[in-house]
Design a protein around this ligand. Structure first.
Ligand SMILES: NC(=O)C1=CN([C@@H]2O[C@H](COP(=O)(O)OP(=O)(O)OC[C@H]3O[C@@H](n4cnc5c(N)ncnc54)[C@H](O)[C@@H]3O)[C@@H](O)[C@H]2O)C=CC1
Ligand SMILES: O=C(O)[C@@H]1CCC=N1
Length: 284
């Protein structure tokens, strides 16, 4: 179904690039059928065109009429203006995918012609290597065929989970923002390891392999994180000492709070939008 489709990304930032990279690598779609545009940075467009062989076009030259799928990939604060600028050119069969945190399908539906097919998507930047955990929630008018098309597309960038839209905020807290928590943890692991004088590049590889190994144990063994943690922890051993320090310094609470706050922020973006605070700089 995907092979002959055309896709336009409106917004050419890090999320659009991660998705483009994963889609191109999957070879499910000809790169020239992937169109990318942004507001003004032409240099950025040329860079993406050179790296991925996609078609980069200035905003005013993008022919939205000929697109099967339109991906909204700008910041939430820019969505209303963008929808306003494209709504009169949309065709009823076109599928709109929105990757914007906190922006509901209802909001998009209200700002495009009645009956438009809309799907809210929450990928993460691991899309770049086909390893995203991506959630989707379809809007009111989206056909089964377009949901299948979206799933086929998003499977190019990783695993896809269909969830009720009210769970998008927590999903964003866990998986959309999730990679950043692990990078933060890894940054701190690197810093501490560097104090030992071990080679920096080796440290980075060791930490990445440790994280990959731990994640794959969960994926491949089907065992809970609790059991796996216990298996690492010898009584009175090194891990017990490390974990005691982690707990003592609020490690568990810190990660719980990070997820909660990200989910709250996602919800807040929707609410601010409904109150029309958009464009005031409140929504970043
Ligand atoms: N970065 C991430 O890890 C994730 C980001 N997202 C969502 O993806 C969206 C984009 O995020 P990033 O790529 O990080 O942002 P970014 O700031 O790197 O990119 C935003 C892009 O949108 C373009 N843009 C803004 N207004 C436009 C307009 N009217 N027409 C055309 N292009 C326009 C900008 O020129 C820029 O290329 C956000 O809404 C975010 O919530 C979702 C999941 C993960
Ligand atoms: O930080 C953000 O708002 C976006 C959404 C999820 C990850 N990055």
């Amino acid at each position: 179904m995907l092979e002959r489709k055309t896709i336009a990304f409106i917004g050419a930032g890090s999320m659009a690039e991660a998705m483009v990279s994963g889609i191109v690598a999957s070879e499910k779609l000809a790169p020239k059928n992937i169109f990318v545009t942004n507001r003004s940075n032409h240099h950025r467009l040329l860079e993406l065109q050179n790296i991925y062989g996609i078609t980069a076009v200035k905003r005013e030259h993008l022919n939205l009429n000929s697109m099967d799928i339109i991906v909204l990939a700008m910041k939430p604060k820019d969505v209303e203006t963008t929808l306003h600028s494209i709504k009169n050119t949309l065709k009823p069969h076109q599928l709109i995918l929105s990757v914007l945190a906190g922006i509901s399908t209802t909001f998009i539906e209200k700002n495009v012609p009645f009956g438009q097919h809309v799907i809210r998507v929450m990928p993460n930047t691991s899309s770049m290597i086909g390893e995203s955990a991506t959630a989707i929630s379809a809007g009111k008018h989206t056909s089964k065929q377009n949901i299948s098309l979206a799933i086929e597309l998003l499977q190019c960038i990783g695993e896809v989970y269909t969830i009720p839209e009210e769970k998008m905020d927590i999903f964003t807290g866990i998986a959309g923002s999730g990679p950043a928590y692990f990078y933060y943890l890894m940054e701190h692991m690197e810093k501490e390891a560097q104090r030992s004088g071990l080679n920096s590049q080796i440290i980075r590889k060791i930490i990445a392999q440790t994280v990959v190994g731990a994640a794959r144990m969960i994926q491949e063994q089907g065992t809970s994180p609790e059991i796996l943690r216990e298996n690492v922890t010898s009584p009175n051993g090194t891990t017990a000492a490390g974990l005691a320090a982690l707990k003592g310094h609020g490690g568990g609470k810190a990660i719980t709070e990070a997820i909660k706050q990200a989910a709250i922020r996602s919800k807040e973006i929707s609410l601010q939008l409904e109150k029309s605070e958009i464009g005031t700089g409140v929504i970043g």
